[in-house]
Ligand binder design. Sequence first.
Ligand code: HC1
Ligand code: SF4
Length: 574
Amino acid sequence: EITITIDGQRVTVPEGTTVLEAARKINIDIPTLCYLKDINEIGACRMCVVEVKGARTLQASCVYPVTEGLEISTTSSRVRKARKVNLELILSNHNRECLTCVRSENCELQRLSKDLNVKEVSFQGQNDVFPLDTLSPSMVRDQSKCILCKRCISVCHDVQGVGVLGAANRGFDTKIEPVFDKSINDVACIYCGQCIVNCPVGALKEKDEIDKVWDVIGDPKKHVLVQTAPAVRAALGEEFGLPMGSRVTGKMVAALKRLGFDKVFDTDFGADLTIMEEGTELLNRLQNDGKLPMITSCSPGWVKYCEHNYPDLLEHLSSCKSPAHMLGAVLKTYYAEQNSINPEDITVVSIMPCTSKKFEAQRPEHEHEGLRDVDISLTTRELARMIKEAGITFNNLPDEDFDHFFGDYTGAGVIFGATGGVMEAALRTVADVLKGKDVEKLEYKEVRGVEGIKEAEVQITDDLKLKVAIASGGKNLKAIMDKVRSGEADYHFIELMACPGGCVCGGGQPIIDAKTKMDIDPRVERAKALYEEDVLLPLRKSHLNPSIQRLYKEFLGEPNSHLSHELLHTEYYK
Ligand code: HC1
Ligand code: SF4
């Protein structure tokens, strides 16, 4: 325990605390910009400088550790002036087209300018013109807005274990870019979008496809079907000022109906379908000496990561397409047939917490007879923008229900959106199948929680103890995959998700500023919303979904049937 004085107030904190953290504890809000708790603590932007009694120069508080008796001033005129000069220098090189920036009102730089009372930018900066990097299917980089905070570099390298972003040149010529100034499209980026949700400004964003969706909605010849991923309902409300963790399933559906989609379906139905297919695949592999451990394949960022970094281990991936794509494939076949609609006239739009889903939607193999499984994939943020553009007052909407059949889902489908959720959903079904009865146990707490890596042994029957592992966040995937490669991983089944915490914290979700993330963990809050919905639903096991049962009876036959393989499974490429 160490006691220091900040602006005349005494505060006692554990050793190893920084001055910044100590100050926040007593509600002194030292401004930051490059700081990202536990991820980017480099003292580079110098917005957080403070005066330390006895020290000649100002110190960056985000990297300054407390020592007994330290006396700090956070508001002296020297401090205030220095911060303002630093901020104005950053602003002088920043493309300040705030009115048309996607991050307007959710920009840490804009907020800081307002908070620090910047009235004019007195330096003549060099506003270099950079071409936008728009080549990738998922994201756009706008160098003219980059403020060199390096948050994206740290997230990509240290959290995601990808490391395709770096700093080139020095001094005024410094640029953040993929190696050799390549497009993000031409490096081993997995499009997880974690750099986007951790960028304080608008230098990184998703590829906006809203206009394509408006166009198809406005085209009378098109029958436009929308599906929403499990995690969207756990975060969309944040875009409308609701507290983190608000579950807005009913309002989301109401909004989608008002936007003009012909039917509002749920990716959760696809998740239930995935459990049928993937659970069966797992049992087959267990019973017939198939490749183990089997690994989930629903996170497109993870699949791409595997293709780039573990091409020798692709056989471990389940051959299942993701829930969104399974649903897309049955919409363009069974649904089209049942409703006598020409599948060529159907457009499937998916609303995902994910930027990599845009890439997945464009993967050449994800089609059937020339028709795409998913035509357009929007992020949660893009949906929020559509709702705002349409003038819908989201918070006043009534709760409405998904459209029948492909909007019918169980609690197992809902929890897919949180790390451990796919595993738990699979365990619920596999246990019933192996025991041949409706097993009472529903909740597998041992696979829940936000830890990056989880391991568990679950006794399913007298002779089968299933050994499982769950990981989220690229770096943790790497740890698991290295074990698989070396033969150390004696698991049966592994769930891997590219984003830390799973889809609830996907790169397409509402962006939370660094300061808020110091106090609240969105992985925890958003996951809570999903587990809450799970408990409220009358059915909580995928195989009990009556619409899934009917789909097999009338169309697919049985899980892993020939038709299932044709529509719902895929292959991977080295
Ligand atoms: Fe996910 Fe999935 S859970 S991948 O995290 O398997 O994006 O939410 O839709 O497809 O169901 C994302 C979420 C999502 C799929 C499902
Ligand atoms: Fe790195 Fe993910 Fe950003 Fe690609 S999308 S640069 S992998 S953080």
